[in-house]
Design a protein around this ligand. Structure first.
Ligand SMILES: [Zn+2]
Length: 492
C-alpha cells in the first residue's frame, strides 16, 4: 500500500497587521520531500506518528512538503500557491496512492483564499480520485468548512486545549484509515453548527467534563470519533464558528444526531464557557493580594491578548508597563518579541548597562514602546518545548536576551512565539520557580508546564490584538447569526 503525507500549517488572524511570508515558514518548519530533521519537532509530530505506523506495516510512504508558520496575518498568495503546487506535484508523481494524510491547522487564510485547507483538500481529492482515503488532522481552532468535510474521508481534531494530544489524535486518524482500508468500517461524517464564537479551555469546567464525556461516547458503536471545532474567533471568514463533527460507521443519521446532541450541550453551556479574564487593573490588584498571602510559589500571569500563537504581534507593552508601575519585586516577564532589541543586547554583551527601547512597535494593538535603563543579564540561543512527558517536542527560538529593567527580568525574543514551557526561561539561566510573579505571553498553551509550579494562575486581557470582546471585533465576512453577537441565534 502506498501512502502520501504533506502539510501546510498555520493559523491566520485576519485582523493582524503582519503578513505571513516565506520567511515565517522558514523560521518555524519548512521541509521539502519529507526530509525531516532528527529532533522531534512539534510541527511535524502528527506526520511522524502516521509515518511510523505506516512503515511498521510495511507500507510505502511518500513524504512531501511540510511547511508551518507561527500564527500571523494572511499568508501571501504566492507563498500559499507555491506550497500547494509543490505538494500537488509531489502527489502527482506518487500516483496512484491508496491513502493521503494531511495534518493541517484548518484556519489558514491566504490572499484570495478564505479556506486554504478546503482548497487544498479538494485539489488533492481531484488528483487521487474517490477511491483513495484522505485523512485530515485539524487543530480545534479551525474553521471547519463544507469543502474540508466534502473532500476528506476522515477528519479528527485535537480534543485538548492546551493541545497536548497531537500524537494521540494522529493515532486516531491512522487507526480509522487502516480499518477503512480493511473494510472493517465505512466512516460517514456529519457536522452540527453550534452558532457560537468562543474560547474554550479544556483544563477547566464545564469544558473538562464535556471533553471527558465525548471520549466515552466515542467508545459506543457506531460512533467512531467526535471532534469539537472550537473555531478561531480572529479569522473573519464565512466558515468561522464552533461546530461538532462526528464520524460514525455507516450510519449518517446516528452521526448527525450525535453531533447535534453534543452541539446542543455545548450551546447550553455558552454563558458558563466564557473565560473570566482580568483587566490590567484587576490583575495588578489580584497579584498584590496574592503576594501578601503566599510567597512560596510564584503567581503565573498570562498576557492572553498578545499571544503570538493566535497571530498577535507579541510585543505589546500594556501589561509590562503596569507591572513597572506597580513596583513588584521578583518579577520575570517574557517573551517579549523584539528582534532589534535582541540584536542590540547581543552587541552590548552580558553585564552591559544601556538605555533600551523595548516592545510596542508592530501596530496599534502593541501599545507604545518602553524606554528603560537595562542591564544585559544573558544573551544566547533560546529554545523551549511544547507539551510535557513523552510527547515533549522541541521548539527552537533563535537568539534571545535576558535583561533586567525596572526591577523586572525580561526575556526578549527574536522569534515570534508564545511561551510553552519553563525551559524557555531556564535556558537564559533563570528558574521561574524562584520568582514571585511570572508574567508570560500565551493564552493557554503555557498551562501544562506552568500550572504545577504556580500558587495561582491568572489570565489577564489587556487591550491587544486578540480582543476577547467578540461583539466589538470588526467582522465583515462571518455569518453573524452567532452567540454572543446574538443572545440566541437559533430563535432570533
Ligand atoms: Zn489551536
Amino acid at each position: 500500500m502506498k501512502i502520501f503525507i504533506g502539510s501546510i500549517w498555520t493559523e491566520t488572524n485576519t485582523f493582524s497587521p503582519l503578513p505571513t511570508g516565506y520567511s515565517a515558514y522558514q523560521d518555524v518548519y519548512l521541509v521539502h520531500g519529507g526530509k525531516h530533521p532528527p529532533e522531534r519537532l512539534a510541527s511535524a509530530e502528527p506526520a511522524q506518528v502516521f509515518r511510523r505506523r505506516a512503515l511498521e506495516r510495511g507500507w510505502q510512504v511518500i513524504d512531501s512538503l511540510h511547511a508551518s508558520a507561527e500564527a500571523g496575518g494572511k499568508t501571501t498568495r504566492h507563498v500559499y500557491e507555491s506550497f500547494r503546487e509543490e505538494l500537488l506535484n509531489d502527489l502527482r508523481a506518487a500516483l496512484p496512492v491508496a491513502m493521503v494524510f494531511l495534518p493541517l491547522h484548518g484556519a489558514m487564510v491566504a490572499d484570495g483564499y478564505d479556506d486554504c485547507e478546503g482548497d487544498l483538500i479538494a485539489r488533492v481529492r481531484a488528483l487521487v480520485g474517490q477511491a483513495a482515503l484522505i485523512g485530515v488532522q485539524l487543530d480545534p481552532h479551525c474553521h471547519l468548512s463544507p469543502a474540508m468535510v466534502a473532500g476528506s474521508s476522515i477528519i479528527v481534531m485535537e480534543k485538548e486545549y492546551p493541545h497536548t494530544d497531537f500524537a494521540e489524535r494522529a493515532e486516531d486518524v491512522f487507526r480509522l484509515m487502516e480499518w477503512t482500508s480493511q473494510g472493517r468500517i465505512t466512516p460517514v461524517m456529519r457536522v452540527y453548527d453550534c452558532r457560537m464564537i468562543g474560547v474554550y479551555q479544556t483544563t477547566r469546567q464545564p469544558m473538562r467534563d464535556l471533553v471527558d464525556r465525548i471520549r466515552s461516547l466515542e467508545q459506543q458503536a457506531p460512533t467512531l470519533s467526535i471532534s469539537i471545532a472550537h473555531g478561531f474567533p480572529w479569522g473573519d471568514v464565512p466558515d468561522m464558528g464552533t461546530k461538532v463533527l462526528v464520524i460514525a460507521d455507516r450510519d449518517a443519521d446516528h452521526a448527525a444526531a450525535t453531533a447535534r446532541a453534543v452541539g446542543r450541550d455545548l450551546f447550553a453551556l455558552r454563558h458558563e464557557l466564557i473565560p473570566q479574564y482580568l483587566t490590567v487593573e484587576q490583575a495588578m490588584e489580584a497579584v498584590q493580594q496574592a503576594l501578601i498571602t503566599r510567597t512560596d510559589k510564584p503567581i503565573v500571569l498570562a498576557d492572553v491578548t498578545d499571544n503570538s500563537g493566535g497571530g498577535a504581534p507579541g510585543d505589546a507593552t500594556h501589561l509590562l508597563r503596569a507591572i513597572f508601575a506597580a513596583g513588584f519585586a521578583g518579577v520575570l516577564f517574557g517573551g517579549l518579541y523584539d528582534p532589534q532589541a535582541v540584536t542590540i543586547a547581543h552587541t552590548a554583551g552580558p553585564g552591559a548597562r544601556l538605555e533600551m527601547r523595548i516592545g510596542g512597535k508592530l501596530g496599534r494593538a502593541s501599545g507604545t514602546p518602553l524606554d528603560v535603563d537595562a542591564e544585559i543579564r544573558w544573551i544566547g540561543e533560546a529554545q523551549q518545548h511544547f507539551g510535557v512527558g513523552e510527547h515533549r517536542l522541541h521548539v527552537p527560538m533563535g537568539t534571545a536576551a535576558l535583561i533586567r529593567a525596572g526591577g523586572v527580568d525580561i526575556l526578549l525574543i527574536s522569534r515570534r512565539k508564545q511561551v510553552y514551557s519553563t525551559d524557555l526561561f531556564e535556558c537564559a539561566g533563570v528558574d521561574p520557580r524562584t520568582y514571585r510573579l511570572v508574567a508570560l505571553k500565551s493564552s493557554q498553551h503555557f498551562y501544562a508546564a506552568f500550572a504545577p509550579l504556580a500558587q495561582q494562575v491568572l489570565y489577564c486581557a489587556p487591550p491587544g490584538a486578540l480582543q476577547l470582546d467578540f461583539t466589538s471585533l470588526p467582522y465583515q465576512n462571518i455569518d453573524r447569526r452567532k452567540f454572543p453577537l446574538l443572545a440566541d441565534p437559533f430563535t432570533e
